[in-house]
Design a protein around this ligand. Structure first.
Ligand SMILES: [Zn+2]
Length: 364
């Protein structure tokens, strides 16, 4: 690979196939690690602005990114750091990275105190993306990150606590994480909120109106709370009580709402009616009764370290029997209780099970 040592942007995407053979289980990793190490020594020089080290996801994580590459000159110039499928253990000797605005760690082995220390040394950070960082249980975002606007956390399976002290977050995306304690701190600037975890309907109803008055886009997905198989909520068709009215809060900035896994749960219907009656600026309302299942047709996918490419998904993702029996009830709830409340200025999109892929299961 040609490397221009004076280029401010360098990217290593290892697409080596795993050539591990019996009797020599570590030779591939050993060779790859030597190559990575040599490449970093040559490519990462003072003046560098962007560094992306994206190793192919095969075997175990064995490459440890040495802190020594972040020399004084590099720390003073680097703006974007992207690491994937490697270990990174910043030490307390590491000085500040004053210009770093973007940090992305994907499948990176890093301890939570190491991450907290590293973040406390990046005062200009605007965007933080953590994905599949398995060793982090408690994520603490320090208050020194006054510029942090976007925080995305996904698939960090051991993560249970998120404590944010950055005061100017405007976008927070959380998915694939079973967080027990979520403390977002100051949220008056929040404009884009995307949460995928359990028991969100109650949270959305009781806390969002007062804590995030400037929301523009809200995307909540709360599978286990309203899925028919684990239904904890009364269906809107199950009882005789009328829909409850919630106290009014005006939402003059909320423009787009998408609810994934929409069902006939009464509280969900009430929440939707509440949004329609109180979000005067709403443009789009999407109610997806298929739990965000992938749909047949064109899909985008990313090859290892490569660009986004289009491929054809031959069939929709399957839905369980419980989901398929509940989806038509969700659609009926929309037709019965919601459709006639949608103002002409709001575009309502209802996502139903696929007539081609899900029909046989629906009939059975
Ligand atoms: Zn389909």
């Amino acid at each position: 690979m040609p490397v221009n040592s004076i280029s401010p942007k360098v990217k290593l995407a290892s697409d080596l196939q795993h050539k591990q053979s019996e009797g020599m289980p570590n030779m591939h990793d050993y060779n790859r690690n030597i190559n990575c190490h040599n490449w970093l020594q040559i490519a990462v020089t003072p003046g560098i602005e962007d560094l992306a080290l994206i190793l192919c996801r095969s075997g175990k994580i064995t490459y440890n990114v040495p802190c020594s590459i972040l020399s004084d000159g590099v720390r003073n110039s680097i703006r974007s750091l992207q690491l994937s499928f490697c270990a990174f253990h910043p030490t307390t000797e590491l000085g500040p990275l004053k210009k770093l605005t973007s940090l992305s760690l994907s499948s990176v082995r890093i301890l939570e105190d190491e991450l907290e220390f590293f973040l406390s040394n990046t005062p200009s950070l605007e965007q933080l993306d953590l994905g599949d960082c398995k060793e982090i249980v408690c994520l603490k975002i320090p208050c020194v990150l006054q510029q942090l606007r976007c925080l995305k956390v996904s698939d960090c399976l051991k993560l249970r606590v998120i404590e944010n002290k950055a005061r100017n977050l405007s976008s927070f995306i959380l998915s694939g994480v079973r967080v027990r304690k979520l403390s977002l701190g100051e949220t008056l600037q929040m404009k884009n909120l995307s949460l995928h975890r359990s028991n969100l309907v109650c949270y959305a109803r009781t806390e969002l109106p007062s804590t995030m008055p400037n929301l523009e886009a809200l995307d909540i997905s709360s599978h286990y709370e309203v899925a028919q198989e684990h239904m904890k909520h009364e269906s809107v068709f199950g009882g005789y009580s009328r829909l409850r009215q919630m106290p009014e809060h005006r939402h003059v900035c909320l423009k787009s709402v998408k609810i994934t896994g929409f069902s006939s749960a009464k509280s969900l219907v009430e929440l939707t009616c509440y949004i329609l009656e109180n979000a005067s600026s709403l443009d789009c309302l999407t109610l997806d009764t298929t739990y965000g299942a992938g749909r047949c047709g064109l899909e985008s996918a990313r090859s290892c370290g490569g660009p986004m490419v289009n491929c054809v998904l031959m069939e929709c993702d399957p839905l369980s029997k419980g989901m398929l029996s509940e989806a038509p009830r969700g659609v009926m709830a929309i037709r019965t209780y919601i459709e006639d409340k949608v103002p002409s200025t709001v575009k309502l999109t209802v996502v139903e099970p696929c007539s081609r892929c899900h029909t046989s299961l629906l009939l059975s």
